[in-house]
Design a protein around this ligand. Structure first.
Ligand code: HEM
Length: 294
């Protein structure tokens, strides 16, 4: 008889005990959807509410997808093994937000399958988004324990697809953003950090110096990618976009600054952890020898 998954797996650990971490994650993952629904019903979402909701859900889907990719680095840098318990949940939440993103798009198009198919085939950014969504659906469908057992080694290979899905999702986000790519550019920067981190040898991944260097490289790459995108896809002056990174007092923090600050915070925390661990290993200082009285 097939075993039906119980809803309580969402807040219980493998041993069936209540997990505060899983329950808190579940609650946190519903917040963007609830906030959107509340904003929509209480104050409205502007002149094109469906379009605004499509944007919001697309961005949250992508943020959560990148967050799920950040859980392995969090284990490597901070030894946070418990994070693995919520990785699948975060990945499935990303897939749900992006499924809702597509459903609202279909609603916006009057749920006309032929018209939607025609649009997807003829608009490159939709074709790219759709390819990413199909890939994500395949990953979500094979994320059950039964599928992990059945596919064994092939499961890991299949789930490496998540990096291609994220890259396509980012490209789709950039392409639709037209003249303001600030939000997708921030996400591209975080993805660049995650990819560079993965390329490091495992024993170097928690080395503070390497993480400081990575913060600098990821921030510079974000600035370069942002300016490069404007140069290739728009007629906005890319030199001024690049210069804006050096003038936060005029333009506010640019995507490179957000990426740099978060990556720097990771490097600082990793340094604090390594100092703390070294002290812990040294243990309390040896007791002073008591002089023998004769
Ligand atoms: C994994 C798949 C996908 C991801 C990660 C994704 C992500 C995004 C992101 C980040 C945005 C931009 C939000 C912003 O900058 O405000 C966006 C916009 C949009 N996406 Fe997607 N998306 C995906 C799939 C799809 C699919 C399959 C469709 C429809 C076939 C679609 C239709 C749209 C539309 C219509 C917009 C707004 C475009 C506009 O206002 O001109 N997306 N998406």
């Amino acid at each position: 008889m097939p075993v039906r998954p119980r809803l309580s797996v969402l807040w219980r650990d493998r041993a069936g005990r209540f997990s505060a971490l899983k329950a808190a994650t579940l609650l946190a993952l519903t917040v963007p959807a609830l906030a959107l629904a509340l904003r929509w019903s209480l104050v409205g979402l502007g002149a094109r509410p469906l379009n605004a909701a499509i944007h919001d859900l697309g961005l949250w889907g992508l943020r959560l997808l990148l967050l799920s990719l950040a859980i392995s680095p969090a284990r490597a840098v901070f030894g946070w093994a418990r994070g693995l318990m919520i990785r699948r949940m975060v990945g499935l939440a990303a897939a749900s937000y992006l499924a809702a993103h597509f459903t609202l798009y279909a609603l916006d198009q009057g749920f006309r399958p032929l018209h939607i198919g025609h649009e997807i085939v003829h608009r490159v950014y939709l074709a790219i988004g759709f390819t990413a969504l199909v890939g994500l659906a395949a990953l979500a469908a094979t994320s059950t324990n039964a599928m992990i057992r059945r596919l064994r080694r092939r499961w890991k290979q299949l789930h490496r697809l998540v990096y291609a899905v994220a890259a396509l999702g980012l490209l789709h986000g950039l392409m639709q953003a037209k003249s303001d790519i600030t939000q997708p550019a921030i996400l591209v920067g975080f993805f660049a950090w995650e990819m560079l981190f993965r390329a490091l040898p495992a024993r170097r991944q928690s080395a503070p110096l390497v993480l400081f260097l990575l913060a600098f490289v990821a921030a510079a790459a974000t600035a370069g990618l942002e300016a490069g995108w404007y140069a290739a896809a728009t007629n906005l002056p890319w030199r001024r976009v690049l210069d804006a990174n050096l003038m936060p007092e005029l333009y506010g923090p640019r995507p490179s600054a957000w990426v740099g600050m978060v990556a720097l915070a990771v490097a600082i925390l990793a340094t604090a952890r390594s100092v703390f661990n070294r002290r812990g290993r040294a243990g309390p200082s040896a007791p002073e020898p008591v002089p023998l009285r004769g």
